[in-house]
Ligand binder design. Structure first.
Ligand code: UD1
Length: 420
C-alpha cells in the first residue's frame, strides 16, 4: 500500500493546473448510456473513481479509450444490466447507472451501495422517485431490482432532501421517459448543471437548469444523439489548492478553474484574510497577513460545500482564534478530527459541530486517511507541520485527486509517495 511522506513546514509558489471535475465526469459518463453514438469527453480527470466507473461500464458491454484526458466511449454494445457488488462497494457513485440503465433497457439490477465512512448515505430518494415514474423496485440479496416494462413515465417529483446523485439519476431517467417530469428541490451543484446542459445541447427539452425546479420532456424511450464536450474544472480540487496556499502562507496561481463555482469558498478565505486576483479561468491567492478564525456551516450549493469541510478544518487549526465548523450533510464526517489531533490540533467535538481552537503548533506524525477529502486535509496539515508526516491509506486520495503529490511537488512541497 502506498503512503505519502511530507516534510514540513513548506512554502509553495508557482502555478497549478486544475483537473476536470470528478463529480461532473461520473454522471456524464453514465449519461453516455442513453446515447446511440460514440461520445468524446475532454478534460477527463484520470483518477481512480473514473477508472472504476469505466470498468463498470465495460462490464456492461461498453467500449472506451481514455488517453491524455480524453475519453471516447461507445455504449451501443451494452448488453448487460447488472452492476455488481464488487464494483459498487468500492464507489458509491456507481448508483448513477441505475436511472440510465432502467430508462434504456426497462430493467436493471444494481448492488446496494451500503454505508460508507462518512455516514449511512441511503438511496431511498432515488428509489422513491423512480417508483413515482412507474418503476417496480424490489430489494433482494443486496441488489436493487428495478423493472419498467412499458418504460418510465414522467412524474412530479419533490425530493425531501436535496440530493446530488439523486437529482442526476432522475434527470437521466426522465430524459428517456414518456412525457413530462418535474423535479422540485433539485440539486443546483455545477456538476448537475453541466449534466443538464449537455442533455439540453443533445436535444432534450429541459428547462429550469441551475434552479431547484427542473422540467424535462422525455423522448419516450428513444436514445439520444449526445454531443462531445469538455468536463468542467474540479472546484473541490481547486479549493484544496487554495487551502494549501493559505495554510503554508504562500501565493499560488490556479489555471483551468471556474472562480464563480468557488464563491462560497473564496468568501471564507477572504474572511480569513486571504486576497485574490481572479481571471476568467485563473485565480491567484495571496496569503493572509494574520490568519483569522472562521465559522462554517456546510450546506448544499451555492452554500459552503461539505467536500471542503476537512480542508478548512486543517486551515482553521492555524488561525489566530477559535473557529466553528458545523457539518449539516453527513453525520459522520469528522473522522479527520482525531488524525489532525495526532498532529497537535486542538479540536472539540459536540454533535455536528467542531470547535477548532486555533494558533496550534503542528508537529509531523503518522496519520491515517479515512475518506477522500479527509486525506487531503491531512496532506495540508502535514505541509504546515514541523517535521515529517506520513499519511497512510492514500488510496482514498487517489480516488479523486489527480497527481496530487506531483502537483504539490511542482509547487515546491517536499512530498513523496512511498510503499508501506
Ligand atoms: C455527492 C457528491 C459528494 C458530496 C455530496 C454532497 C458525487 C459523486 N458525490 O454525493 O462528493 O459530498 O454530493 O455535496 O457527486 N440522502 C438521503 N437519501 C437519498 C440520497 C441522499 O437521505 O436517497 C441524504 C444523504 O445521506 C446526505 C444528503 O442527502 O445526508 C445529501 O447526499 P447526496 O447529495 O445524495 O450525496 P451524494 O450524491 O451521494
Amino acid at each position: 500500500m502506498d503512503y505519502l511522506r511530507i516534510q514540513g513546514p513548506t512554502k509553495l509558489q508557482g502555478t497549478v493546473v486544475i483537473s476536470g471535475a470528478k463529480n461532473a465526469a461520473l454522471p456524464l459518463i453514465t449519461l453516455a448510456l442513453l446515447a446511440h453514438n460514440k461520445v468524446t469527453m475532454t478534460n477527463m480527470p484520470e483518477v481512480a473513481d473514473i477508472k472504476t466507473l469505466l470498468k463498470l461500464l465495460q462490464n456492461l458491454g461498453a467500449s472506451y479509450n481514455l488517453e491524455n484526458h480524453t475519453l471516447t466511449i461507445d455504449t451501443s454494445t451494452v448488453n448487460h444490466t447488472m452492476a455488481n457488488y464488487d464494483i459498487v462497494k468500492t464507489m458509491r457513485a456507481s448508483i448513477l447507472v441505475l436511472g440510465p440503465l432502467l430508462a434504456r433497457f426497462g430493467h436493471c439490477e444494481v448492488s446496494l451501495p451500503g454505508g460508507c465512512a462518512i455516514g449511512q448515505r441511503p438511496i431511498d430518494l432515488h428509489l422513491k422517485a423512480l417508483e413515482q415514474m412507474g418503476a417496480e423496485i424490489t430489494i433482494h440479496a443486496g441488489y436493487v431490482h428495478a423493472v419498467a416494462p412499458e418504460g418510465l413515465k414522467g412524474a412530479h417529483i419533490v425530493f425531501d432532501k436535496i440530493t446530488v446523485t439523486g437529482t442526476a439519476n432522475i434527470v437521466m431517467a426522465a430524459a428517456l421517459a414518456h412525457g413530462k417530469t418535474v423535479i422540485q428541490n433539485a440539486a443546483r451543484e455545477p456538476e448537475v448543471v453541466q449534466l443538464c446542459e449537455i442533455l439540453r445541447d443533445s436535444g432534450i427539452d429541459i428547462s429550469g437548469i441551475g434552479t431547484s425546479e427542473l422540467v424535462i420532456i422525455g423522448t419516450g424511450g428513444k436514445t439520444i444523439d449526445m454531443i462531445d464536450f469538455e468536463v468542467i474544472p474540479d472546484r473541490i480540487e481547486a479549493g484544496t489548492y487554495l487551502c494549501a496556499a493559505a495554510i503554508t502562507d504562500s501565493s499560488i496561481t490556479l489555471e483551468n478553474v471556474r472562480p464563480d463555482h468557488l464563491d462560497a469558498v473564496t468568501a471564507k478565505l477572504e474572511h480569513m484574510g486571504c486576497t485574490f486576483e481572479l481571471g476568467e479561468t485563473t485565480m491567484t491567492i495571496h496569503p493572509a497577513q494574520k490568519l483569522k478564525p472562521v465559522d462554517i456551516i456546510t450546506q448544499e450549493y451555492p452554500a459552503f460545500p461539505t467536500d471542503m469541510q476537512a480542508q478548512f478544518m486543517a486551515l482553521a487549526v492555524r488561525a489566530n482564534g477559535a473557529s466553528t465548523i458545523e457539518e449539516r450533510l453527513f453525520e459522520n464526517r469528522f473522522m479527520h478530527v482525531s488524525e489532525l489531533q495526532r498532529l497537535g490540533a486542538e479540536i472539540k467535538l459536540s454533535g455536528h459541530t467542531a470547535t477548532v481552537i486555533g494558533a496550534c503548533e503542528l508537529f509531523g506524525a503518522d496519520v491515517m486517511a479515512t475518506d477522500l477529502r479527509a486525506s487531503s486535509a491531512l496532506v495540508l496539515a502535514g505541509m504546515a507541520a514541523e517535521g515529517t508526516t506520513n499519511v497512510h491509506r492514500i488510496y482514498h486520495l487517489d480516488r479523486g485527486y489527480e497527481n496530487l503529490e506531483q502537483k504539490l511537488r511542482a509547487l515546491g512541497a517536499t512530498i513523496d509517495r512511498l510503499k508501506e
